[in-house]
Write a protein that binds this ligand. Structure first.
Ligand code: ATP
Length: 136
């Protein structure tokens, strides 16, 4: 079969490890489809779903703060956090999204001295988890 090993690793665990047929990721410069035999490279990733293809099945993983390394023998994604679609706590993600939105509104109207970039990143992470959860 035409596959390669994909590993997704976070600081505390191995979030995913399997032979796959392909993976698509959103790099800082745009979407990338990685198939067996891809030339080696490294690029930082956006906060976005990583989509994995095995046979005719697709799996999504919510990845934040990471980069992808395509090696000759395998593909490794190193990330701050990574959750497979079935592991996402949707209520937690929705609460995080609402909290981030409230912070952004507060920052914009100068009612609170909260870091806008931090709130924006929290919002991105929560929206990514909600999107991945909806694909399960
Ligand atoms: P929250 O504000 O809900 O804590 P967060 O974006 O601050 O969310 P992170 O710092 O990105 O959370 O992640 C901390 C840990 O919690 C990581 O191990 C991550 O995988 C996990 N995690 C965060 N949100 C969820 C979620 N909605 N479902 C499952 N795991 C989650």
């Amino acid at each position: 079969m035409n596959t390669f090993l994909l590993e997704i690793v976070t600081p505390d665990r191995s979030a995913y490890s399997s032979e796959v047929n392909g993976v698509s990721v959103r790099g800082i410069e745009g979407d990338l489809g990685i198939l067996p035999g891809h030339i080696p490279f490294i690029t930082p990733l956006q906060v976005a779903p990583v989509r994995i293809k095995i046979g005719n099945e697709y799996t999504s993983i919510a990845v934040s703060g990471g980069f992808v390394e395509v090696r000759k023998d395998k593909v490794v994604i190193l990330a701050e956090s990574a959750e497979i679609e079935t592991d996402i706590d949707i209520e937690r993600a929705v609460a995080a999204k609402e909290r981030a939105e409230r912070r952004i509104v507060a920052v914009k109207s100068n009612q609170a001295d909260i870091d806008f970039k931090r709130a924006e990143l929290s919002l991105k992470k929560a929206m990514n988890r909600i999107e991945v959860h909806s694909k399960r």
